[in-house]
Design a protein around this ligand. Sequence first.
Ligand code: C5P
Length: 297
Amino acid sequence: MPYRVTVREPLVVLAPAKLNLGLEVLGRRPDGYHDLVTILQTIDLSDRLVLEPAPRLTYQPPSGIGDELVARALRSLAAKGVVIEARLSLEKRIPVAAGLGGGSSDAGTLLGAFVHAGLPRSLATPIATQLGSDVPFFLDGGTALARGRGTDLEPLPPPNGWFVLVVPELTLAHKTRQLYAALTPADYSDGLATLRQAERLRLRQDLDPRLVRNAFLRPLLAFEAVRQALDAFVTAGTRWAWPSGSGPAVFTWCPQREAAEQLTLALETSGLRPILTAPLKPSWEQVRTAITVEQLH
Ligand code: C5P
């Protein structure tokens, strides 16, 4: 079904990073992917999608980004007969290939903006799923329990508190694929710890750090920079720090703002560049007034 998406007034849509508040891998699937149980959380560290009125679609991708998911999302929309009238650009802020979902968020948030403006979800979701396992989550963002390939989503209430994260240097071609390939059955678990954590959130209880698992911890510990970052958290007095997704970003959760600030300072003292961040639930209000979606006959 053809649609026309028109940007009526200039707007900036924030494409937030995500953290995995636990990520358990259950095992390998016949289709080559792995079955997961993970909790996804958008945070207030964001790329910026800049949309302006224009008679036809133009998109200038930022330089130096290899696998450009926004361009692929736009091509998939065009292939489904969605005509977009907008000038689009992307300003990157989220560290790339860090386990923070930056590229997935850029594409997923753009699709989400169109969905919240009226494009059928049934059109956007298959595009998102094809682009990557993390992409469908960003159609709404917030907090969600993700299962299967990572695309079966159940919204959850958000956790309280703050997160402090560090992104160690790690250059690895096809990082996500490589880290999945490094998993062995010893890294698999039954998902129950993450399911119990999800239940705590449903009951609006605090996160329980003892329930956080990350299947990629063992393969990530092979990298010196990751070990150093995790050690720095311990030296700074933190009891728990975990990778996000397949890393290399590592983070901890602080129920109190003051403790998060102190930890940030301590990590800076050890020469790292910590990021103090909080859960963020995207607001789609501006999108509804600035973008119109019409069905074409
Ligand atoms: O879905 P996405 O394109 O982000 O996945 C990149 C790679 O990570 C896949 O090709 C696959 O090797 C691996 N992966 C996996 N199981 C998942 C998600 C990703 O094995 N649930």
